[in-house]
Ligand binder design. Structure first.
Ligand code: GLC
Ligand code: CA
Length: 575
Protein backbone atom coordinates (compact mmCIF):
# COMPACT_ATOMS: atom_id res chain seq x y z
CA UNK A 1 0.00 0.00 0.00
CA UNK A 2 1.29 3.45 -0.91
CA UNK A 3 2.98 5.31 1.85
CA UNK A 4 2.42 8.87 2.90
CA UNK A 5 -0.23 9.24 0.21
CA UNK A 6 -2.87 10.50 2.57
CA UNK A 7 -0.67 12.56 4.83
CA UNK A 8 -2.04 15.81 3.61
CA UNK A 9 -3.50 18.70 5.42
CA UNK A 10 -6.37 19.99 3.39
CA UNK A 11 -8.47 23.08 3.66
CA UNK A 12 -12.22 22.61 3.96
CA UNK A 13 -14.65 25.45 4.50
CA UNK A 14 -12.91 27.59 7.06
CA UNK A 15 -11.51 24.74 9.11
CA UNK A 16 -8.12 23.25 8.51
CA UNK A 17 -8.54 19.51 8.65
CA UNK A 18 -5.62 17.29 9.47
CA UNK A 19 -6.67 14.36 7.31
CA UNK A 20 -5.22 10.94 7.97
CA UNK A 21 -6.32 7.63 6.56
CA UNK A 22 -6.58 6.16 10.05
CA UNK A 23 -8.95 8.88 11.20
CA UNK A 24 -11.29 8.05 8.34
CA UNK A 25 -11.08 4.32 8.88
CA UNK A 26 -13.40 1.87 10.59
CA UNK A 27 -11.44 -0.94 12.22
CA UNK A 28 -12.60 -4.52 12.69
CA UNK A 29 -10.91 -6.55 15.42
CA UNK A 30 -10.30 -10.24 14.77
CA UNK A 31 -9.58 -12.65 17.62
CA UNK A 32 -8.25 -15.38 15.35
CA UNK A 33 -8.68 -18.34 17.67
CA UNK A 34 -12.43 -17.77 17.70
CA UNK A 35 -13.06 -16.33 14.25
CA UNK A 36 -13.08 -19.09 11.65
CA UNK A 37 -11.46 -22.52 11.49
CA UNK A 38 -10.36 -23.49 7.98
CA UNK A 39 -9.04 -27.01 8.63
CA UNK A 40 -11.37 -28.64 11.12
CA UNK A 41 -8.99 -28.81 14.08
CA UNK A 42 -11.39 -26.71 16.14
CA UNK A 43 -9.12 -23.67 16.28
CA UNK A 44 -9.67 -20.53 14.26
CA UNK A 45 -6.70 -19.77 12.00
CA UNK A 46 -5.21 -17.36 9.47
CA UNK A 47 -6.67 -19.07 6.42
CA UNK A 48 -9.97 -18.83 8.21
CA UNK A 49 -9.61 -15.06 8.27
CA UNK A 50 -8.58 -14.97 4.61
CA UNK A 51 -11.70 -16.98 3.73
CA UNK A 52 -13.74 -14.18 5.27
CA UNK A 53 -12.06 -11.29 3.43
CA UNK A 54 -15.11 -10.83 1.22
CA UNK A 55 -17.28 -10.84 4.30
CA UNK A 56 -15.24 -8.01 5.82
CA UNK A 57 -15.32 -6.17 2.52
CA UNK A 58 -19.11 -6.48 2.38
CA UNK A 59 -19.35 -4.98 5.86
CA UNK A 60 -17.25 -2.12 4.54
CA UNK A 61 -14.47 -1.97 7.13
CA UNK A 62 -11.14 -0.39 6.24
CA UNK A 63 -8.70 -1.99 8.65
CA UNK A 64 -8.36 -5.36 10.33
CA UNK A 65 -6.65 -5.54 13.71
CA UNK A 66 -5.41 -9.08 14.06
CA UNK A 67 -4.85 -10.19 17.66
CA UNK A 68 -1.59 -12.12 18.18
CA UNK A 69 -0.84 -14.97 15.78
CA UNK A 70 2.82 -15.29 16.73
CA UNK A 71 4.43 -18.45 17.98
CA UNK A 72 3.32 -18.89 21.58
CA UNK A 73 2.74 -21.55 24.22
CA UNK A 74 -0.70 -19.97 24.52
CA UNK A 75 -0.98 -19.43 28.23
CA UNK A 76 -2.74 -16.14 27.50
CA UNK A 77 -4.07 -16.93 24.04
CA UNK A 78 -1.09 -15.58 22.18
CA UNK A 79 -0.31 -12.57 24.37
CA UNK A 80 2.62 -14.66 25.60
CA UNK A 81 4.96 -14.58 22.61
CA UNK A 82 7.71 -17.13 22.15
CA UNK A 83 8.94 -15.87 18.78
CA UNK A 84 7.90 -12.51 17.35
CA UNK A 85 8.93 -13.48 13.84
CA UNK A 86 7.05 -16.70 13.34
CA UNK A 87 3.47 -17.85 13.25
CA UNK A 88 1.92 -20.26 15.74
CA UNK A 89 1.47 -23.66 14.04
CA UNK A 90 -2.18 -23.83 15.01
CA UNK A 91 -2.76 -20.58 13.12
CA UNK A 92 -0.85 -21.58 9.99
CA UNK A 93 2.36 -20.49 8.33
CA UNK A 94 4.07 -17.27 7.36
CA UNK A 95 2.94 -17.97 3.79
CA UNK A 96 -0.66 -18.08 5.04
CA UNK A 97 -0.11 -14.78 6.78
CA UNK A 98 1.35 -13.23 3.62
CA UNK A 99 -1.63 -14.47 1.65
CA UNK A 100 -3.94 -12.85 4.19
CA UNK A 101 -2.11 -9.54 3.88
CA UNK A 102 -2.34 -9.49 0.10
CA UNK A 103 -5.95 -10.69 0.08
CA UNK A 104 -6.90 -7.82 2.37
CA UNK A 105 -4.82 -5.27 0.48
CA UNK A 106 -6.45 -6.39 -2.78
CA UNK A 107 -9.72 -5.27 -1.23
CA UNK A 108 -8.24 -2.02 0.09
CA UNK A 109 -8.41 -3.30 3.64
CA UNK A 110 -5.35 -2.59 5.73
CA UNK A 111 -3.89 -4.87 8.36
CA UNK A 112 -2.57 -3.92 11.77
CA UNK A 113 -0.86 -6.36 14.10
CA UNK A 114 -0.74 -6.63 17.87
CA UNK A 115 2.54 -5.45 19.36
CA UNK A 116 3.09 -7.15 22.72
CA UNK A 117 6.36 -5.86 24.15
CA UNK A 118 5.70 -5.24 27.82
CA UNK A 119 6.47 -8.93 28.27
CA UNK A 120 7.34 -12.07 26.35
CA UNK A 121 6.56 -15.69 27.04
CA UNK A 122 8.88 -17.39 29.53
CA UNK A 123 9.67 -19.67 26.58
CA UNK A 124 11.07 -16.82 24.50
CA UNK A 125 14.75 -17.27 23.69
CA UNK A 126 15.57 -13.98 25.45
CA UNK A 127 14.12 -15.26 28.69
CA UNK A 128 15.83 -18.62 28.37
CA UNK A 129 19.15 -16.84 27.89
CA UNK A 130 18.48 -14.40 30.67
CA UNK A 131 17.58 -17.20 33.04
CA UNK A 132 20.99 -18.77 32.28
CA UNK A 133 22.65 -15.35 32.77
CA UNK A 134 24.03 -15.51 29.27
CA UNK A 135 26.26 -12.59 28.51
CA UNK A 136 24.32 -9.60 27.23
CA UNK A 137 21.00 -11.04 28.40
CA UNK A 138 21.40 -10.74 32.19
CA UNK A 139 19.19 -7.65 32.43
CA UNK A 140 16.62 -8.37 29.73
CA UNK A 141 14.01 -8.93 32.46
CA UNK A 142 13.51 -7.75 36.04
CA UNK A 143 15.44 -10.14 38.29
CA UNK A 144 15.71 -9.70 42.04
CA UNK A 145 17.42 -11.56 44.87
CA UNK A 146 15.48 -12.76 47.84
CA UNK A 147 14.45 -15.77 49.79
CA UNK A 148 12.15 -18.08 47.80
CA UNK A 149 9.24 -17.44 50.14
CA UNK A 150 9.35 -13.63 50.20
CA UNK A 151 8.69 -11.76 46.94
CA UNK A 152 10.90 -8.67 46.45
CA UNK A 153 7.97 -6.27 46.69
CA UNK A 154 4.23 -6.30 47.30
CA UNK A 155 2.99 -5.79 43.74
CA UNK A 156 -0.07 -7.73 42.58
CA UNK A 157 -0.29 -9.45 39.25
CA UNK A 158 -3.14 -8.14 37.10
CA UNK A 159 -4.16 -11.78 36.71
CA UNK A 160 -4.26 -12.43 40.49
CA UNK A 161 -1.57 -13.50 42.94
CA UNK A 162 1.80 -11.78 43.36
CA UNK A 163 3.59 -10.16 40.42
CA UNK A 164 6.70 -12.23 41.15
CA UNK A 165 7.72 -15.83 40.58
CA UNK A 166 10.85 -17.46 41.93
CA UNK A 167 12.99 -19.10 39.28
CA UNK A 168 14.88 -22.16 40.51
CA UNK A 169 17.36 -22.04 37.66
CA UNK A 170 18.61 -18.50 38.18
CA UNK A 171 17.72 -18.61 41.86
CA UNK A 172 16.13 -15.21 41.68
CA UNK A 173 12.68 -13.72 41.41
CA UNK A 174 11.35 -12.30 38.14
CA UNK A 175 8.60 -9.75 37.65
CA UNK A 176 5.42 -10.44 35.69
CA UNK A 177 2.58 -7.92 35.73
CA UNK A 178 0.41 -10.53 34.01
CA UNK A 179 0.62 -14.35 34.13
CA UNK A 180 3.72 -16.04 35.57
CA UNK A 181 4.51 -17.26 32.06
CA UNK A 182 4.65 -13.62 30.87
CA UNK A 183 7.84 -12.08 32.34
CA UNK A 184 8.19 -8.31 31.93
CA UNK A 185 10.91 -7.06 29.62
CA UNK A 186 13.28 -4.61 31.23
CA UNK A 187 13.07 -1.58 28.96
CA UNK A 188 15.90 0.11 30.84
CA UNK A 189 18.27 -2.25 29.07
CA UNK A 190 19.23 -0.57 25.77
CA UNK A 191 19.63 -3.92 23.98
CA UNK A 192 15.97 -4.74 24.74
CA UNK A 193 14.89 -1.54 23.07
CA UNK A 194 17.12 -2.22 20.07
CA UNK A 195 15.75 -5.75 19.68
CA UNK A 196 12.18 -4.49 19.83
CA UNK A 197 12.87 -1.76 17.28
CA UNK A 198 14.41 -4.24 14.90
CA UNK A 199 11.40 -6.51 15.21
CA UNK A 200 8.95 -3.63 14.67
CA UNK A 201 10.82 -2.58 11.53
CA UNK A 202 10.82 -6.17 10.31
CA UNK A 203 7.01 -6.32 10.41
CA UNK A 204 6.60 -2.89 8.85
CA UNK A 205 8.88 -3.98 6.03
CA UNK A 206 6.58 -6.92 5.45
CA UNK A 207 3.98 -4.36 4.53
CA UNK A 208 1.68 -4.09 7.51
CA UNK A 209 -0.19 -0.87 8.16
CA UNK A 210 0.40 -0.41 11.85
CA UNK A 211 0.16 -1.76 15.35
CA UNK A 212 -2.18 -1.98 18.26
CA UNK A 213 0.25 -1.68 21.16
CA UNK A 214 -0.57 -3.97 24.05
CA UNK A 215 -0.36 -2.67 27.65
CA UNK A 216 1.97 -0.03 26.29
CA UNK A 217 1.81 2.41 29.21
CA UNK A 218 3.31 -0.25 31.52
CA UNK A 219 6.81 -0.38 30.00
CA UNK A 220 8.60 1.88 32.48
CA UNK A 221 8.80 0.98 36.15
CA UNK A 222 9.83 3.20 39.06
CA UNK A 223 13.55 2.86 39.72
CA UNK A 224 14.18 0.40 42.53
CA UNK A 225 10.71 -1.19 42.21
CA UNK A 226 9.46 0.09 45.56
CA UNK A 227 6.41 -1.32 47.38
CA UNK A 228 3.05 -0.05 46.22
CA UNK A 229 0.14 1.24 48.28
CA UNK A 230 -1.18 -1.93 49.96
CA UNK A 231 -4.70 -0.47 50.11
CA UNK A 232 -4.88 0.03 46.35
CA UNK A 233 -7.09 -2.23 44.31
CA UNK A 234 -4.05 -3.21 42.24
CA UNK A 235 -1.02 -2.88 44.48
CA UNK A 236 2.02 -1.51 42.66
CA UNK A 237 0.20 0.02 39.69
CA UNK A 238 1.38 3.52 40.58
CA UNK A 239 4.91 2.26 39.90
CA UNK A 240 4.38 0.96 36.39
CA UNK A 241 1.34 2.55 34.82
CA UNK A 242 2.53 5.77 33.16
CA UNK A 243 6.01 5.27 34.63
CA UNK A 244 8.91 7.74 34.68
CA UNK A 245 10.56 6.93 31.33
CA UNK A 246 7.55 5.80 29.35
CA UNK A 247 7.42 8.81 27.04
CA UNK A 248 11.11 8.56 26.32
CA UNK A 249 10.88 4.87 25.34
CA UNK A 250 7.92 5.37 23.06
CA UNK A 251 9.35 8.48 21.46
CA UNK A 252 12.54 6.58 20.73
CA UNK A 253 10.56 3.80 19.06
CA UNK A 254 8.67 6.42 17.10
CA UNK A 255 11.69 8.42 15.98
CA UNK A 256 13.94 5.48 15.18
CA UNK A 257 11.39 3.31 13.38
CA UNK A 258 7.74 4.30 13.15
CA UNK A 259 8.44 7.77 11.74
CA UNK A 260 9.71 6.12 8.55
CA UNK A 261 6.31 4.61 7.75
CA UNK A 262 2.76 5.78 7.23
CA UNK A 263 1.63 3.23 9.76
CA UNK A 264 -0.98 3.81 12.44
CA UNK A 265 -0.32 3.19 16.11
CA UNK A 266 -3.03 2.67 18.70
CA UNK A 267 -1.77 2.36 22.25
CA UNK A 268 -3.66 0.37 24.85
CA UNK A 269 -3.67 2.51 28.04
CA UNK A 270 -5.14 0.70 30.99
CA UNK A 271 -5.29 2.56 34.30
CA UNK A 272 -4.67 6.03 32.86
CA UNK A 273 -6.66 9.22 33.14
CA UNK A 274 -7.89 10.82 29.92
CA UNK A 275 -5.23 13.50 30.34
CA UNK A 276 -2.43 11.00 30.78
CA UNK A 277 -3.63 9.07 27.75
CA UNK A 278 -3.60 12.26 25.67
CA UNK A 279 0.04 12.92 26.57
CA UNK A 280 1.13 9.87 24.53
CA UNK A 281 -0.15 11.54 21.39
CA UNK A 282 2.18 14.49 21.74
CA UNK A 283 5.51 14.84 20.06
CA UNK A 284 7.89 13.96 22.88
CA UNK A 285 5.24 11.86 24.57
CA UNK A 286 5.54 8.98 22.15
CA UNK A 287 3.84 10.37 19.06
CA UNK A 288 1.17 7.65 18.99
CA UNK A 289 -1.72 8.20 16.61
CA UNK A 290 -4.52 7.21 18.96
CA UNK A 291 -5.13 5.71 22.36
CA UNK A 292 -7.42 3.09 23.77
CA UNK A 293 -8.21 4.42 27.21
CA UNK A 294 -10.69 2.79 29.52
CA UNK A 295 -12.34 5.54 31.50
CA UNK A 296 -15.73 4.86 29.93
CA UNK A 297 -15.28 1.12 30.51
CA UNK A 298 -15.03 1.58 34.26
CA UNK A 299 -18.44 3.12 34.82
CA UNK A 300 -19.98 -0.21 35.78
CA UNK A 301 -17.14 -1.59 37.93
CA UNK A 302 -18.34 -2.76 41.31
CA UNK A 303 -16.82 -1.77 44.63
CA UNK A 304 -13.24 -0.79 43.99
CA UNK A 305 -13.29 -2.89 40.85
CA UNK A 306 -12.54 -6.03 42.86
CA UNK A 307 -13.67 -9.41 41.58
CA UNK A 308 -15.56 -10.25 44.69
CA UNK A 309 -16.95 -6.76 45.27
CA UNK A 310 -20.61 -5.91 44.92
CA UNK A 311 -22.28 -3.68 42.44
CA UNK A 312 -21.07 -5.08 39.15
CA UNK A 313 -23.08 -3.83 36.24
CA UNK A 314 -24.67 -0.78 37.79
CA UNK A 315 -24.19 2.26 35.61
CA UNK A 316 -26.12 5.33 34.66
CA UNK A 317 -26.50 7.03 31.33
CA UNK A 318 -25.47 10.36 32.82
CA UNK A 319 -22.18 8.79 33.95
CA UNK A 320 -21.60 7.46 30.47
CA UNK A 321 -22.32 10.90 28.97
CA UNK A 322 -20.07 12.56 31.43
CA UNK A 323 -17.04 10.40 30.81
CA UNK A 324 -17.58 10.04 27.06
CA UNK A 325 -17.95 13.77 26.67
CA UNK A 326 -14.69 14.30 28.49
CA UNK A 327 -12.98 11.85 26.12
CA UNK A 328 -14.63 13.42 23.09
CA UNK A 329 -13.40 16.87 24.12
CA UNK A 330 -9.95 16.11 25.48
CA UNK A 331 -9.06 13.62 22.80
CA UNK A 332 -10.24 15.86 19.97
CA UNK A 333 -7.75 17.51 17.56
CA UNK A 334 -4.81 17.54 17.77
CA UNK A 335 -5.43 14.36 19.74
CA UNK A 336 -7.34 11.32 18.61
CA UNK A 337 -9.28 8.60 20.41
CA UNK A 338 -9.90 4.97 19.57
CA UNK A 339 -13.64 4.53 20.09
CA UNK A 340 -14.65 1.11 21.37
CA UNK A 341 -17.14 -0.42 23.75
CA UNK A 342 -16.03 -4.02 23.52
CA UNK A 343 -13.01 -6.13 22.66
CA UNK A 344 -11.53 -9.54 23.49
CA UNK A 345 -11.06 -8.48 27.13
CA UNK A 346 -14.62 -7.39 27.79
CA UNK A 347 -18.14 -8.73 27.83
CA UNK A 348 -20.39 -8.44 24.80
CA UNK A 349 -21.59 -4.88 24.31
CA UNK A 350 -25.27 -5.66 23.84
CA UNK A 351 -25.31 -7.61 27.10
CA UNK A 352 -23.40 -4.90 28.92
CA UNK A 353 -24.83 -1.64 27.59
CA UNK A 354 -28.07 -2.79 25.97
CA UNK A 355 -30.85 -5.25 26.64
CA UNK A 356 -29.93 -8.65 25.23
CA UNK A 357 -33.35 -10.12 26.05
CA UNK A 358 -36.27 -7.89 25.14
CA UNK A 359 -34.57 -5.42 22.82
CA UNK A 360 -31.51 -7.21 21.55
CA UNK A 361 -31.74 -5.98 17.97
CA UNK A 362 -32.87 -2.44 18.79
CA UNK A 363 -30.28 -1.93 21.49
CA UNK A 364 -27.47 -3.51 19.47
CA UNK A 365 -28.29 -1.05 16.68
CA UNK A 366 -28.42 1.83 19.12
CA UNK A 367 -24.99 0.98 20.50
CA UNK A 368 -23.67 0.64 16.96
CA UNK A 369 -25.06 4.06 16.11
CA UNK A 370 -23.24 5.49 19.10
CA UNK A 371 -19.96 3.74 18.26
CA UNK A 372 -19.96 4.85 14.65
CA UNK A 373 -21.02 8.47 15.07
CA UNK A 374 -18.56 9.55 17.75
CA UNK A 375 -15.35 11.39 17.17
CA UNK A 376 -12.35 9.08 16.95
CA UNK A 377 -11.62 5.88 15.05
CA UNK A 378 -14.34 3.27 15.71
CA UNK A 379 -13.44 -0.36 16.45
CA UNK A 380 -15.93 -3.14 15.84
CA UNK A 381 -15.12 -6.34 17.71
CA UNK A 382 -15.98 -9.57 15.88
CA UNK A 383 -19.56 -10.64 16.50
CA UNK A 384 -20.78 -7.19 17.51
CA UNK A 385 -22.06 -6.72 14.00
CA UNK A 386 -24.64 -9.47 14.55
CA UNK A 387 -25.37 -8.56 18.16
CA UNK A 388 -23.67 -11.55 19.78
CA UNK A 389 -24.40 -11.82 23.50
CA UNK A 390 -22.71 -13.05 26.67
CA UNK A 391 -22.85 -16.74 27.50
CA UNK A 392 -23.60 -18.22 30.94
CA UNK A 393 -20.80 -19.93 32.87
CA UNK A 394 -21.68 -22.14 35.81
CA UNK A 395 -18.28 -23.34 37.02
CA UNK A 396 -14.54 -22.76 36.85
CA UNK A 397 -14.11 -25.71 34.51
CA UNK A 398 -16.19 -23.93 31.89
CA UNK A 399 -13.80 -20.98 31.74
CA UNK A 400 -10.63 -20.50 29.75
CA UNK A 401 -9.48 -16.96 30.56
CA UNK A 402 -6.43 -17.00 32.88
CA UNK A 403 -7.46 -13.63 34.33
CA UNK A 404 -10.88 -14.76 35.46
CA UNK A 405 -9.59 -18.13 36.66
CA UNK A 406 -6.66 -16.51 38.51
CA UNK A 407 -8.90 -14.13 40.44
CA UNK A 408 -11.50 -16.74 41.29
CA UNK A 409 -8.78 -19.13 42.50
CA UNK A 410 -7.25 -16.35 44.60
CA UNK A 411 -10.57 -15.62 46.26
CA UNK A 412 -11.13 -19.32 46.93
CA UNK A 413 -7.63 -19.79 48.35
CA UNK A 414 -7.87 -16.80 50.67
CA UNK A 415 -11.24 -17.96 51.97
CA UNK A 416 -12.89 -14.80 50.71
CA UNK A 417 -15.42 -16.99 48.94
CA UNK A 418 -16.49 -20.59 49.55
CA UNK A 419 -17.42 -21.61 46.04
CA UNK A 420 -17.67 -20.44 42.48
CA UNK A 421 -21.33 -19.62 43.07
CA UNK A 422 -20.30 -16.74 45.31
CA UNK A 423 -18.70 -14.97 42.36
CA UNK A 424 -20.83 -16.41 39.57
CA UNK A 425 -22.59 -13.08 39.04
CA UNK A 426 -19.38 -11.11 38.76
CA UNK A 427 -17.84 -13.71 36.46
CA UNK A 428 -20.91 -13.81 34.29
CA UNK A 429 -20.93 -10.08 34.15
CA UNK A 430 -17.36 -9.46 33.20
CA UNK A 431 -15.35 -12.52 32.20
CA UNK A 432 -13.18 -12.11 29.14
CA UNK A 433 -14.51 -15.49 28.04
CA UNK A 434 -17.76 -13.95 26.77
CA UNK A 435 -15.92 -12.31 23.93
CA UNK A 436 -14.03 -15.47 23.08
CA UNK A 437 -16.82 -17.91 22.27
CA UNK A 438 -16.67 -18.77 18.56
CA UNK A 439 -18.00 -16.39 15.95
CA UNK A 440 -21.51 -17.42 14.94
CA UNK A 441 -21.63 -17.83 11.17
CA UNK A 442 -24.60 -20.15 10.63
CA UNK A 443 -27.30 -22.02 12.52
CA UNK A 444 -25.47 -25.27 11.74
CA UNK A 445 -23.25 -27.37 13.91
CA UNK A 446 -20.74 -25.33 15.98
CA UNK A 447 -22.28 -22.21 14.47
CA UNK A 448 -20.36 -22.88 11.26
CA UNK A 449 -17.13 -21.95 13.04
CA UNK A 450 -15.52 -25.36 12.62
CA UNK A 451 -16.18 -28.81 11.19
CA UNK A 452 -14.29 -30.29 14.12
CA UNK A 453 -14.47 -30.00 17.88
CA UNK A 454 -14.36 -26.29 18.79
CA UNK A 455 -11.60 -25.33 21.26
CA UNK A 456 -14.18 -23.38 23.26
CA UNK A 457 -17.93 -23.70 23.71
CA UNK A 458 -20.27 -22.14 21.21
CA UNK A 459 -23.13 -20.01 22.50
CA UNK A 460 -26.36 -21.96 22.12
CA UNK A 461 -28.13 -18.90 20.74
CA UNK A 462 -26.22 -19.34 17.46
CA UNK A 463 -29.38 -21.03 16.21
CA UNK A 464 -30.94 -17.55 16.05
CA UNK A 465 -28.02 -15.16 16.12
CA UNK A 466 -25.71 -15.85 13.20
CA UNK A 467 -24.22 -14.16 10.17
CA UNK A 468 -26.19 -16.09 7.57
CA UNK A 469 -29.51 -15.10 9.12
CA UNK A 470 -28.38 -11.54 9.72
CA UNK A 471 -27.24 -11.00 6.16
CA UNK A 472 -30.47 -12.46 4.81
CA UNK A 473 -32.65 -9.97 6.68
CA UNK A 474 -32.50 -6.39 5.41
CA UNK A 475 -33.42 -5.01 8.84
CA UNK A 476 -30.83 -6.95 10.78
CA UNK A 477 -28.16 -5.67 13.13
CA UNK A 478 -25.60 -6.62 10.48
CA UNK A 479 -27.16 -4.42 7.80
CA UNK A 480 -27.40 -1.61 10.30
CA UNK A 481 -23.67 -1.81 10.93
CA UNK A 482 -23.03 -1.89 7.19
CA UNK A 483 -25.16 1.21 6.67
CA UNK A 484 -23.48 3.02 9.53
CA UNK A 485 -20.02 2.27 8.14
CA UNK A 486 -21.18 3.57 4.77
CA UNK A 487 -22.63 6.69 6.37
CA UNK A 488 -19.38 7.37 8.16
CA UNK A 489 -17.53 7.08 4.87
CA UNK A 490 -19.96 9.48 3.18
CA UNK A 491 -20.21 12.11 5.90
CA UNK A 492 -16.97 13.82 6.66
CA UNK A 493 -18.74 15.56 9.53
CA UNK A 494 -18.92 12.23 11.36
CA UNK A 495 -15.14 11.89 11.10
CA UNK A 496 -13.85 15.40 11.63
CA UNK A 497 -16.78 17.28 13.14
CA UNK A 498 -16.83 18.75 16.64
CA UNK A 499 -18.88 16.92 19.25
CA UNK A 500 -21.39 18.77 21.46
CA UNK A 501 -23.50 17.06 24.10
CA UNK A 502 -27.16 18.06 24.46
CA UNK A 503 -29.28 17.50 27.57
CA UNK A 504 -26.48 16.35 29.91
CA UNK A 505 -28.94 15.63 32.76
CA UNK A 506 -31.38 13.50 30.79
CA UNK A 507 -31.40 9.96 32.21
CA UNK A 508 -32.74 8.30 29.09
CA UNK A 509 -31.81 10.27 25.99
CA UNK A 510 -28.20 10.57 24.90
CA UNK A 511 -28.14 13.21 22.16
CA UNK A 512 -25.25 15.07 20.56
CA UNK A 513 -24.31 16.97 17.48
CA UNK A 514 -21.30 16.70 15.21
CA UNK A 515 -20.47 19.89 13.37
CA UNK A 516 -18.03 20.65 10.59
CA UNK A 517 -18.16 24.06 8.93
CA UNK A 518 -21.84 24.70 8.25
CA UNK A 519 -22.82 21.03 8.37
CA UNK A 520 -24.45 19.65 11.52
CA UNK A 521 -25.47 16.09 12.21
CA UNK A 522 -27.68 15.29 15.20
CA UNK A 523 -27.72 11.88 16.88
CA UNK A 524 -30.64 11.01 19.16
CA UNK A 525 -30.41 7.81 21.20
CA UNK A 526 -33.24 6.73 23.46
CA UNK A 527 -31.07 4.58 25.71
CA UNK A 528 -33.97 3.01 27.55
CA UNK A 529 -36.76 0.49 27.21
CA UNK A 530 -39.42 3.23 27.59
CA UNK A 531 -40.98 5.63 25.18
CA UNK A 532 -39.19 8.89 25.83
CA UNK A 533 -39.58 12.47 24.70
CA UNK A 534 -36.58 14.17 23.20
CA UNK A 535 -36.76 17.42 25.13
CA UNK A 536 -34.76 19.45 22.68
CA UNK A 537 -36.68 22.66 23.29
CA UNK A 538 -34.33 25.01 24.97
CA UNK A 539 -31.22 23.50 23.42
CA UNK A 540 -29.38 25.39 20.74
CA UNK A 541 -30.19 23.04 17.88
CA UNK A 542 -32.76 23.99 15.29
CA UNK A 543 -34.45 20.80 14.16
CA UNK A 544 -37.15 22.29 11.91
CA UNK A 545 -35.46 21.14 8.69
CA UNK A 546 -34.07 17.89 10.01
CA UNK A 547 -33.78 15.03 7.57
CA UNK A 548 -33.24 11.48 8.72
CA UNK A 549 -30.03 9.85 7.55
CA UNK A 550 -30.45 6.56 9.37
CA UNK A 551 -32.65 5.07 12.08
CA UNK A 552 -33.26 1.68 13.67
CA UNK A 553 -37.03 1.56 13.20
CA UNK A 554 -38.89 1.67 9.86
CA UNK A 555 -39.55 5.37 10.23
CA UNK A 556 -38.57 8.14 12.62
CA UNK A 557 -40.06 11.35 13.98
CA UNK A 558 -39.75 13.95 11.27
CA UNK A 559 -38.95 16.81 13.59
CA UNK A 560 -37.18 15.21 16.56
CA UNK A 561 -37.62 18.13 18.96
CA UNK A 562 -40.34 17.26 21.44
CA UNK A 563 -41.06 13.97 19.67
CA UNK A 564 -41.48 10.57 21.29
CA UNK A 565 -38.77 8.03 20.67
CA UNK A 566 -39.48 4.31 20.96
CA UNK A 567 -37.48 1.84 23.12
CA UNK A 568 -33.83 2.00 22.12
CA UNK A 569 -34.68 4.10 19.10
CA UNK A 570 -31.56 5.61 17.54
CA UNK A 571 -31.76 8.18 14.77
CA UNK A 572 -29.14 10.17 12.88
CA UNK A 573 -30.39 13.43 11.35
CA UNK A 574 -28.87 16.06 9.14
CA UNK A 575 -29.87 19.49 10.38
C1 GLC B 1 -3.78 -6.71 27.10
C2 GLC B 1 -4.53 -7.65 26.20
C3 GLC B 1 -4.96 -8.84 27.00
C4 GLC B 1 -3.72 -9.52 27.53
C5 GLC B 1 -2.85 -8.55 28.31
C6 GLC B 1 -1.49 -9.12 28.51
O1 GLC B 1 -4.58 -6.16 28.08
O2 GLC B 1 -5.60 -7.00 25.59
O3 GLC B 1 -5.74 -9.73 26.26
O4 GLC B 1 -4.10 -10.57 28.37
O5 GLC B 1 -2.66 -7.34 27.64
O6 GLC B 1 -0.77 -9.17 27.31
CA1 CA C 1 -7.73 -24.46 12.44
Amino acid sequence: MARRDSDVTAQCASTAIDRRWWKEAVVYQVYPRSFNDSNGDGIGDIRGVTEKADYLDALGVDVVWLCPVYDSPNDDNGYDIRDYRSILDEFGTMADWEALLSTLHDRDIRLIMDLVVNHTSAEHEWFRRSRRREEGYEDYYYWRDGSPDEPPNNWDSIFGGPAWTYDDEREQWYLHLFHETQPDLNWRTPAVREDVKEMVRWWLEKGIDGFRMDAINFLSKTEGLPDGDPEAFLTGAEHYSHGPRIHEYLQELHDDVLADYDAMTAGEMGLTTVEQAASYLEDGGGGLDMVFQFNHMDIDAGEGGSWTGEGWGEWSLTDLKDVMTRCQKELAEPHWDAVFLGNHDNPRIVSRFGDDEDYREESAKLIATFLLTLRGTPYIYQGEEIGMTNDVFTGLDELDDPMTIGHVEDALASGEIDSFDDVADAVNYRSRDHARTPMQWTDGENAGFTDGDPWFRTNANAADINVAAARAGEDSVWHHYRRLVELRHDEETLVYGDYELLLPEDERVYAYTRTLGDETILVVLNWSADETTFDAQGTVVDTADATMLLGNYDDAPEDPAGAEFRPYEAVVYRL
